[in-house]
Write a protein that binds this ligand. Structure first.
Ligand SMILES: [Zn+2]
Length: 247
């Protein structure tokens, strides 16, 4: 999987912004449930989230102590400048993948209890990925740098991949030398040594990425060469045999 996630905060691409300006929100489903826990602000569950639950996926915050989330695709703070998740503001994964992620969180806490995993994205329904694919107005060769082709299905579609970083428990993230969804080569793990040599990445930034890789490895996850934040728990073949794509 060459590009599992998406792209950088794409301020330079005006053609995208033109398209996206016409699409301020995405219809992800009819609101069917409104839950108002006593101590929480209003949380609205829509049919998209209900579909994840019906597919057997789990809300990671319900099972992983202390884990933080920042669902960028449920906000306009992403490379499309568009909220593609609507009311969905939680991260869902396959139960076994969430259990393995719990091991990674425990490992990180063992190393430094002031740190926590902070998750940007887990399962990404294929319909949402298709929407992201459709609104990017560019040749396919460029498009795949931002979003993987929904036709192929991605490990995010199965709920078997996760995008995340490390933060302090107050939510301040460690410096990884490039932001989430940054498509510049400085975000590529495979170019870290060259960027260290040129002085564009510091040893501390590379060590922070290394810490993330180490704790993820402890739960059976592995990274990819082009995104420091993306980790798979299964190969695509294995995921295909175990799970269904969440449409
Ligand atoms: Zn990803």
């Amino acid at each position: 999987m060459l590009q599992a996630c998406s792209g950088e905060k794409n301020t330079e691409n005006s053609s995208n912004n033109d398209i996206i300006d016409t699409l301020s929100t995405v219809e992800t489903g009819t609101i069917i449930t409104e839950i108002i826990p006593e101590s929480d602000p209003i949380y609205i569950m829509d049919t998209l989230e209900q579909r994840l639950i019906d597919s057997g996926l789990v809300n990671i915050e319900a099972i992983i102590p202390g884990i933080l989330t920042d669902v960028r695709y449920s906000d306009t703070n992403n490379f499309m400048k568009t909220d593609v998740y609507g009311h969905l503001n939680r991260v869902y994964l396959q139960p076994s993948v969430a259990e393995d992620l719990k091991k990674c969180q425990a490992k990180l806490k063992e190393i430094d209890s002031s740190l926590t995993l902070l998750v940007y994205d887990g399962v990404r329904p294929r319909s949402v990925q298709q929407f992201m694919w459709d609104i990017l107005d560019m040749p396919i060769g460029e498009k795949v740098k931002f979003v993987s082709n929904p036709k192929n299905g991605s490990l995010h579609n199965y709920g078997a991949a996760v995008d995340l970083t490390i933060a302090y428990t107050n939510g301040v993230v460690l410096d990884m030398g490039a932001g989430y969804d940054d498509i510049r080569k400085i975000a590529y793990p495979r170019h870290e040594a060259a960027y260290l040599d040129s002085g564009m990445l510091s040893q501390q930034q590379i060590d922070n990425r290394g810490l993330l890789r180490d704790v993820m490895r402890s739960g059976g996850f592995w990274g990819i060469q082009t995104e420091w934040w993306h980790f798979n728990r299964y190969s695509r073949d294995k995921a295909k045999g175990l799970f269904n794509i969440v449409e």
